[in-house]
Structures are given as C-alpha cells and as structure tokens.
Design a protein around this ligand. Structure first.
Ligand code: NAD
Length: 472
C-alpha cells in the first residue's frame, strides 16, 4: 500500500492471496489493511491537504504533475494492462484501451481543465461585492470496483486531485495490482507525498473505516447498490460526509422492427452484453425485441454468440475473457438454476485451465418479474423479451428499479426522440451501444446512483462553494 509516500505492508502483517481467474493460480499477496492503517492514510491525506503542498500549488504547476503522470501511465500501458488482466480476467484487447489508455486520457482531461475554472462575482447591490470561491473539499475517499479498476479510479481521483483535494483510494480486493502501480507512478511524476494514498484489503473493514471516518469530507463510490446503501448509512453514522454513488444497471436494449440494419443491431446487442464477460455497468443485459422480428432476431444473436471466442484473456484474439473470480462465476451460474428457456450457453467452460470461464448465455421467455430479468447479474447473461409497440417498450424498459443505461434501434427519428425522453436512464444510445468519451457525463437514474463521473460536471463533487461578502 502507499501511505504518506511510503510503500507499506498492513500494520498487522496480514495479507490476502491474489488469485488469477485465468488459471486459478495465486500470483501475489496483497496487504490486508486494518482500520488503523486506514486512519493513518486519512491522517496523511489530511496533513498533505492542510499544509497546502498540493491544494495551494499554482494550478498550472498541478497540471504539469498530472500530465507527467498521464504520460508515465501511457508509457507503462502494456505492463499495466497485463497486470490488471492477470488480476481480473478482462480480455487484453479491450483492457489495453479501456484501462491504462482511458485512465491516462481522463487524467489529461482534468489536468487541462484545472486552469480554466473561474470563481464568480454575484450580481448583488452595488454597495457590496459578493465573491463565490470554489475551494477543494479536503480529503476525498474513493472506493472502486474490480471490473475496470484503472478507468474507474481515474474517473474518481483525476477531478478530485485536479482541483486540489487529497485522496485515500480503496481498490477492490479482486483488482488492486494495477491500481497500486499507477499510484506509484503518480509519486514518480512528482505528486507530493500524502496527497494520494492507497489502502488495500477487505471492503467491510477497509472501505467501512474510510466511510465512517470523521476526517473524510467526501466519498465517491462505484460498485453495487448493496454496498452503496451501506455507505450512506456510514456517512449518517459519522460526519455526514457527502456520498456520491455510481451503482449497477439492468439496462434495456430495445430493437424496433423498423431498424435499418438488423445485422448491425445484432452485433451491437451481442457486444453490448458479452464484452468483459458481461461485467460492465452499462451492459445491455435486457433485450426487448418487437414481436414481428423477435424470432428471427433471436436466431441472429444466438448465431453470433456461438461464434464468440471465449478463452485466455491474454490472447489478443479472445473476445470474452475470464469471469473475475471463481466465487463470482458461482454466483452468476446460480442465477440460471431452474431456468429452462436457455437458447445458448448457461455452463462453465475451460475448467481444465483452473480458471473461471463461462459460455455467453441467452435466455428467452422469462416473465418480467423473474429475478433474472429484474436484477443485475453482472455476468455473460442476456434475457430477451417481446414488446408490441412504442408504449409497451417504454413501459417494460422502465419497469426496473435501476436506470443506468439503455439502447434503442430504430430508423424513425421521431420515435428515437420520444424514446430518449421516455426512458428513465442516465444514458440512452440510439443505433449504437456503449459509446464513451471524457466530455460526456456518466451517471444513473433511480437506484443506479446519485452522482456523475466524467465531463466538467464531475468536478462539482469535489468543490465547496464559499461566498464572501465585502461591504464597499
Ligand atoms: P462491490 O459493491 O461488491 O464492491 C465495490 C467496492 O466496495 C470494493 O472496493 C469493495 O471492497 C468495497 N466494499 C465492499 N463492502 C464494503 C463495505 N461494507 N463498506 C465499504 N466498502 C465496501 O462491487 P463490485 O462487485 O466490485 O463491482 C460490481 C458492481 O459495480 C456492479 O453492481 C456494477 O454494476 C457496478 N459498477 C457501476 C459502474 C457505474 O459507473 N455506475 C461502473 C462499474 C461497475
């Protein structure tokens, strides 16, 4: 772990085994931090914040450090991607772009924004001057998941650091290795000691200690709704720190019979659920197909799915890598117990490797309130349902407690706009799926969360607005 600029073990000496889902081998051990270690990391962050070594550094100088850090991440991209893939099983072809390169570009985006953020002068009575200062909130806790550890870490910590905060970062116990490495690279780039600390270990101990700390000012989180709920409780039980949650999804992908290119739609549907073994927050896991084309479209996606190459994620030809851990594979398989209408897949595979692999799976004819259709599986499982018309599509799509992303295929422009306004989801894709750019916010509606990552809007989470009244 890195606390106060030093590379340290857990104070108790405890470790966790890091088991690769590629072959079930133990590849490293990880410090299993205690509450005391978290307190030490928070204290290091607080001290770095209070002494102003980063918070009061000229914005242009902070920018130079962050740009150097991004360059170092890019220089080490292959090493970082391989480290992450050995840890969490994402296919390397995707991880190279989506992990180190995405993280480097996110850090650059916020580095470049630093010296373009202005305060305000309020239009008050001319006898007073009212200034609105934007100040960093102080110490930010960031808790991240295992599915895209570098990309999501950068979404959280790049805007936080850019505006002068100090950070304590807690990666998932299932994917900490590449995150530890980029924090070491931040020090190499010149980030002052104590500004960015990373503690590894178990969520209920390390994450909880961070969330209940009286000295953490804001908490940003990506992960499950189950843990997100707890974090709000922890904040209420401690110092009412602000809590921003990016949670799961059960995103509807809707195909109308007027779609211009059904082959392209089928490819997008399949990629939109099965990349990274379905372990993608915005995965289009609920397919809704208009009655008139339902059977033919299911035939298309089943054929495409059966052609997908599942295997060693370090092979650049692999299209679907490993499920992140043996325990997670078991959880995903359990969601299919008793399900009869499996069109393809449904079974573990490549067991002789010792790794955790699963056939991409398509299930039809489930009722709308079946847990498989209702709840996030976070694995390579797609459910398919039918709809009659636009109104039915919107009703079925919105019939879920989650509202992260959605997709619509149609050649009717009016219908596309009506669907964009009717769908209760933070992201609506039209005739495409899974687009991403640092300039565009990502955040969920309903129980998919209450914050936004990415874009300049994300900076608001890490700023206090201070008003100053001056009598003239
Ligand atoms: P998770 O909620 O199990 O764990 C996330 C993090 O929380 C980990 O670092 C974990 O150690 C920590 N944690 C666990 N218990 C804790 C506790 N009691 N107190 C504090 N911290 C605790 O999620 P996961 O399995 O790592 O990730 C998968 C989930 O993340 C899915 O639901 C997925 O949809 C979601 N996700 C959302 C987005 C988004 O942008 N909305 C992006 C990626 C993933």
């Amino acid at each position: 772990m890195i606390i106060g600029g030093a590379c340290v073990a857990a104070s108790t000496g405890q470790t966790l085994d890091v088991v690769s889902p590629i072959d079930g081998q133990t590849i490293a051990d990880l410090p299993n931090a205690s509450e005391e270690d978290v307190h030490a990391a928070v204290a290091a962050s607080r001290s770095a914040f209070d002494n102003g070594v980063w918070a009061r550094m000229a914005p242009a100088a902070r920018k130079r450090v962050l740009l150097t850090w991004a360059d170092l991440i890019e220089k080490h991209a292959l090493e970082l991607a391989v480290l992450g893939v050995r840890d969490n099983g994402t296919e390397l072809s995707m991880a190279l772009k989506a992990e180190p390169m995405s993280a480097a570009n996110t850090i650059r985006y916020y580095a470049e924004a630093i010296d373009k953020i202005y305060g305000e002068i309020a239009p008050t009575d001319p006898s007073t001057l009212a200034l609105i200062h934007k100040e960093p909130v102080g110490v930010v806790g960031a808790i991240v998941p295992w599915n895209f550890p570098l990309m999501i870490t950068a979404w959280k910590i790049a805007p936080a650091l850019a505006v002068g905060n100090s950070v304590v970062l807690k990666p998932s116990e299932v994917a900490s290795l590449s995150v530890l490495r980029i924090v070491a690279l931040a020090l190499e780039a010149g980030l002052p000691e104590g500004v960015l600390n990373v503690v590894t270990g178990e969520g209920p101990i390390v994450g909880r200690a961070l969330a209940t700390s009286m000295d953490v000012d804001a908490l940003v989180f990506t992960g499950s709704g189950r843990v997100g709920r707890k974090l709000m409780e922890y904040a209420a039980q401690s110092n009412l720190k602000r809590v921003f949650l990016e949670l799961g999804g059960k995103s509807p992908h809707i195909v109308f019979d007027d779609t211009q290119d059904l082959d392209q739609a089928a490819q997008s549907v399949v990629a939109g659920i099965f990349r990274n073994s379905g372990q993608v927050c915005i995965a289009g896991s609920r397919l809704l197909v208009q009655d008139s084309i339902h059977d033919a479209f299911v035939d298309k996606i089943v054929a495409l799915t059966q052609e997908m190459r599942v295997g060693d994620p370090l092979d650049m030809n692999t299209q679907i890598g490993a499920v992140s851990s043996a325990e997670h594979l078991e959880r995903v398989l359990a969601t299919l117990e008793g399900v009869e209408s499996i069109e393809t897949g449904g079974k573990p595979m490549l067991q002789e490797t010792g790794g955790s692999y699963m056939q991409p799976t398509i299930v039809t004819d489930m009722s709308a309130d079946d847990p498989l259709v209702r709840d996030e599986v976070f694995g390579p499982v797609l459910t398919v349902s039918r709809f009659t018309d636009e109104a039915d599509a919107v009703t079925q799509a919105n019939n879920n407690e989650l509202g992260l992303a959605s997709g619509v295929w149609t050649s009717n422009l009016g219908r596309a706009h009506r669907m964009i306004s009717g769908l209760r989801a933070g992201v609506v894709h039209v005739n495409t799926y899974g687009g991403a750019d640092n300039t565009v916010p990502l955040g969920g509606f309903k129980q998919s969360g209450n914050g936004h990552d990415k874009s300049l809007h994300a900076i608001d989470k890490f700023i206090n607005k201070k008003t100053a009244w001056i009598k003239l």
